[in-house]
Design a protein around this ligand. Structure first.
Ligand SMILES: NC(=O)CC[C@H](N)C(=O)O
Length: 288
């Protein structure tokens, strides 16, 4: 793509080449450490990460919380393969480099480019199996629109990220295991037992509606509480605030605020890696 070379001088590093649905915690850390090394290099002004779209939102939010820099970091994917009619990868990649070279991108945390829009890493989500517009900002996530070579930012991410984040990967050797449970009518507690027996350091539940818990999930919360494992309520609806409940206090249940279950897992892993629990963990979910 000669057009991209006209925007910037590019160097590349491939820490991993894998479908994004195969990314595990060691791979996620390797990606983050590669980005950290790049932003620490004074000759590099910005970083573009190419990534499969299936779990792009998880890696992007992890980098958003864990890479302390004001240099633009842009994560980009494509819904259609390169050999498809109307492949979207070339334009997305061009736009990603365009955003990475824009002064307006600095200090806004990790940005995601898709379909001529720029999204903030906290709030974007893949919301469709195959549609070209699968990456969505939903309520809070659209920060800018791209029109030709013009980038027009209209929103700032209000939550702390990158340079304002308290998380520091220099202190993290490995990420702890955090499981996500999907709640539903008629759920039992057997999956919660299995998760705790397997050594989960926290459980995020994709609860119903406002993070409401079935009888089985509430029993899972009790089992977690009894062995001191944090239990975090999020919602399977995909957006909106999960607020703390009075009935949660006795079980020490943490309200996941407006993070999706998969983003709540990322924040929980980082917080637990920094030895946060109890009220400190709730404060982190309130803040980030
Ligand atoms: N459109 C896509 O990005 C397909 C999914 C991709 N293979 C991934 O790794 O996430």
């Amino acid at each position: 793509m000669p057009e991209v070379a006209e925007l910037a001088e590019l160097t590349s590093d491939q820490p991993v080449s894998v479908d994004s649905f195969k990314i595990d915690n060691p791979i996620l850390l390797a990606i983050a450490r590669s980005v950290l090394a790049a932003v620490a290099n004074p000759r590099i002004d910005a970083v573009v990460v190419t990534h499969g779209t299936d779990t792009l939102e998880e890696t992007a939010y992890f980098l958003h919380l864990a890479v302390r820099t004001v240099k633009p970091i842009v994560v980009v994917g494509a819904m259609r393969p390169a050999n498809a009619l109307s492949a979207d990868g070339p334009l997305n990649l061009y736009n990603a480099v365009l955003i990475a070279t824009s002064h307006a991108s600095s200090g806004k945390g990790v940005l995601i480019v898709a379909n001529n829009h720029v999204f903030g890493a906290r709030d974007l989500a893949k919301r469709d199996t195959s549609a070209i517009g699968a990456i969505e900002g939903m309520k809070y996530g659209i920060l800018a629109e791209i029109s030709g070579d013009r980038v027009d930012f209209t929103h700032f991410p209000a939550k702390p990220h990158t340079v304002h984040s308290e998380f520091d990967l220099a202190q993290v050797e490995a990420l702890p295991d955090v499981d996500i449970m999907f709640d539903h009518q008629g759920a039992g507690d057997h999956l919660y037992r299995a998760s705790l027996e397997a050594g989960a350091t926290a459980i995020v539940v994709a609860g119903m509606g406002n993070g409401s818990l079935s009888v089985g999930a509430r029993q899972g919360a009790l089992l977690a509480h009894q062995i001191g494992i944090p239990f975090i309520r999020a919602s399977r609806t995909g957006q909106g605030i999960v607020a703390p409940l009075k009935s949660d206090v006795a079980l020490g249940i943490i309200a996941g605020n407006s993070l999706t279950p998969q983003k709540a897992r990322i924040l929980a892993m980082l917080a637990i890696a920094h030895r946060k629990s109890g009220a400190d963990l709730q404060a982190i979910f309130d803040r980030y």
